[in-house]
Design a protein around this ligand. Structure first.
Ligand SMILES: [Zn+2]
Length: 386
């Protein structure tokens, strides 16, 4: 079924057929024809969600979830009914970066480290967000890093090098993304106005033609009823969990409120970006702070999905960071002892994938990050029909 993304030349890998195969198995041979019709009409496991919320804990391995569970006792992410683990290997290397793994999650295709939703040969890979947009859904990106950083960029930009923040900002400006919350205002603002752009372009002004741009937490909270908004609350990357003016949960709640005004449904990606940076720094307290911030946003997404009844929520990570080992603590006391780290970089360890809502049972077991990309594209009705 999902053998080839027909509009993507030079694609290096095919999205996996796992999710669809499971759906067919469950439905049974007697209704194979019906299942084929369901798949052909883009239904995930036979059920098509109205909205999709995709949460990424950057660098969040199973041990990171373990650490948070031990320290906090109970996590919002425990509310997910389905789960599995996911491989993150990129094309051409063993350990992935956030660009290659993000591309796999956003498009269903593997690429090389550093590439933002393009193949190693630079061919554009269409993303779940772009398929959603094409189908009339509202779209949003909510992160705790610069909005031009690798993970948000892979959903709405296409470029060979994740370091090209200024070009990514230009692409985000002309994208149709309705909600952009994160840092990175400097990449949209000329140096004369205190930004980082030397080409004189004021992209935030350009953006104001299609969405409301707010510039600080007070403006953000006073925004009122809007259909589209950008809130870039730091020149480059925002501060750490305790230092950010607005929590990821508050940003997510507002994003959902804005996007859910669209009667055609929405696709929203929410990233706990700095879980990864705490891992790089081997900093246990920072990790727990970021995990708490991210987990609260998971709760917001699940609260909405429970109320709404037509929302698919998927949570995963792009890779593990830090080679975290948790071997000292007490579950009855909610006490996490000293932890060990075997790396200051990313590792190849598999990461968790959890899901809730219409079609969620179709993604699970031991899968690959490209399976998640293919699944999300299916969920927004974007799979090319065959
Ligand atoms: Zn990452």
């Amino acid at each position: 079924m999902r053998t080839k993304r027909i509009d993507q030349p030079h694609a290096v890998a095919s999205p996996s057929p796992i999710a669809g195969r499971r759906a067919l198995t469950r439905v049974g041979l007697a209704v194979l024809l019906l299942a084929a019709v369901l798949v052909a009409t883009g239904c995930v496991g036979g059920e098509r969600p109205k909205n999709v919320i995709f949460l990424i804990g950057d660098g969040m391995g199973v041990a990171h979830v373990t650490a948070a569970k031990v320290a906090f006792g109970e996590l919002e992410m425990e509310r997910f009914p389905y789960g599995g683990i996911c491989g993150t290997f990129p094309d051409g290397s063993f350990v992935t970066d956030s660009a290659a793994s993000g591309t796999a999650l956003a498009t269903g295709f593997k690429t090389v480290n550093g590439a933002i939703s393009v193949t190693p040969e630079d061919a554009v890979l269409k993303t779940a967000l772009e398929y959603a947009e094409e189908n009339g859904m509202a779209t949003g990106l909510v992160v705790t890093c610069s909005i031009t950083h690798a993970t948000p960029a892979v959903f709405a930009a296409h470029i060979d090098d994740r370091g090209k923040n200024h070009e990514i900002a230009e692409q985000l400006t002309v994208s149709g993304v309705d909600v952009l919350f994160g840092g990175g205002a400097g990449y949209f603002t000329p140096t004369e106005a205190g930004g980082l752009r030397t080409d004189g372009q004021d992209l935030l002004s350009d953006m104001e033609e299609r969405l409301v741009v707010v510039r600080d937490a007070d403006e953000f909270r006073a925004m009122g009823e809007v259909d589209a908004a950008a809130f870039l609350h730091a020149k480059a990357h925002p501060g750490t969990a305790g230092d950010r003016p607005v929590s990821l949960a508050e940003l997510s709640e507002r994003a959902i409120e804005i996007l859910s005004r669209d009667g055609d449904g929405f696709f929203l990606m929410i990233e706990g970006s700095q879980i990864d940076w705490a891992g790089h720094e081997n900093d246990k307290q920072w990790l727990l702070d970021e995990m708490a911030d991210f987990d609260e946003a998971v709760g917001v997404a699940l609260d909405f999905a429970e109320r709404d009844g037509r929302t698919l929520v998927v949570m995963t990570a792009d890779h593990e960071t830090g080679g975290l080992t948790v071997d000292q603590g007490s579950v009855p006391d909610d006490w996490l002892g000293p932890v060990d780290w075997s790396s200051e970089s990313h590792t190849a360890a598999m990461v968790p994938v959890l899901s809730y809502g219409p079609g969620s049972a179709a993604i699970g077991g031991i899968i690959d990050n490209t399976d998640i990309g293919a699944f999300l594209i299916d969920a927004v009705g974007g799979e090319p029909r065959e």
